[in-house]
Structure formats: structure tokens, C-alpha cells
Design a protein around this ligand. Sequence first.
Ligand SMILES: *Cc1c(COP(=O)(O)O)cnc(C)c1O
Length: 235
Amino acid sequence: MTEHTIIENYQRVMADIAAEATRCQRSPDSVQLLAVTKTHAIDKIRQAYEAGARDFGENYLQEALVKIEQLADEDHPMKDVRWHFIGPVQSNKTRDIAAAFDWLHSVDRLKIARRLSEQRPDSMPALNICLQVNLSDETSKSGVALHEVGALCEAIAPLPRLHLRGLMAIPAPTDNYEAQRAVFRPLSDLFRELQARYDQFDTLSIGMSADYKAAIAEGATIIRVGSAIFGARNR
Ligand SMILES: *Cc1c(COP(=O)(O)O)cnc(C)c1O
């Protein structure tokens, strides 16, 4: 995909965000666009940066660490960017995640949260985290069940080096707007309930290339968009 196309795609998604937010009587800047760059090369990430992207999401730790280092190190370092880890987290990855990322969207176990809090370097601010919720009840998928989210929040909120910001989900794909909204709704209801209990709760990370408009209508504050900006992935 050419440079031209990535910039155009980025602008089109930004315009969609503004239009859908306005339609839902939300402020366009209440929805943040996270550019999901997994599998995409450094030059494409730079193009998205040129287009205005400052938040980037990666799923695979080794790939992400290489990119983060390269993009900070070159002659033209990308400044003021925030790196978000959005992939599954195994225990043996927590130390590297805690040292390299600003955000982690996919916490679904207390054990992982404790490790991250212990391993977050003192020189960095607390790690921003979201709890990943399983909305599709597929036992193979990661994420905590809706009815267990409250208890997990209570256990994680006091951890000193984590900043519990909200909830994230990756529902099974559905292809019409109303059906997509219906899938997100139990999560947005729970999110509002928890917001009343936790002052720092301000992030609902839902919506990908195929369903970000429905997500915005259901209160998304971060949408995670890959293919609509960068085209199809190779793997
Ligand atoms: C890959 C990925 C995305 C982006 O998916 P697209 O459909 O390409 O927009 C968003 N969130 C997570 C967790 C992902 O793994």
C-alpha cells in the first residue's frame, strides 16, 4: 500500500470517528484512534505517524520490541508516541511489557496484574491497563467473563504500579451495525456501572476495522484499527 493510501485511510477513519461521534452527540475528541500496526513494517508506521497517529498497538512482543527500539533510535525518532500492547499476555512476558509499554489492554488474570505491578520500572509512571472481557463466551478466547469483572477490578485497583483505566473486548465478528451494537451493549452498561465506583475509569477499548462505528455509538473511548488504515495483513 502506498504512502498516499495510508494517509488517506487514516484521514477517512478520523472523519468517520467525527461523523459517528457527532451523530451520537459525543465530542469527536472523546474517541481516540489506536493504529494497530502488528505485522506492518516500520515505514508504514512512520506514514501513519506523518498522518497524525500517536498511539500504536502491537500484539506480538518480540516484533513490538524491535519496532519500538528502531522507531526511537533512528535519525528521526518518532516523538510523543504511546505504545499499547493488545495481544495475549503470558507470565514470562510481563517483565518486558512492563518496561516497554504505556498501555496494556489485555489483562484478564490477577496473577498477571500482580507481576506487572511488581515489574513496572520505578522510573516510569504506573502502567495503564484495561481488563479484557470475553463477550462471546467462547472458552478458547481470552478475557474474563462479564460476571467476574467486578471482583477482578476490586483485586487489581489497589496494585500500586498499575493504573486501572477500564475495559477492553474483542467480540466475535458480526456484520450489521445493530447486531454489533447489541454485542457491545452489556459491556458498555457494565463500564458505566464501574465508572460510578472507580474515579480513574475512563477507557472503553472496543471497536476494530469492521465495527468501530457501532463501538463509538456504544461509548468506545479507544477504537483499535488495523486493516482499515494499513490494508490486509500477511499473517
Ligand atoms: C489485530 C487487532 C486489531 C485490529 O484489527 P482490524 O480488524 O485489522 O482493525 C484490534 N484489536 C486487537 C486486539 C487486534 O489483535
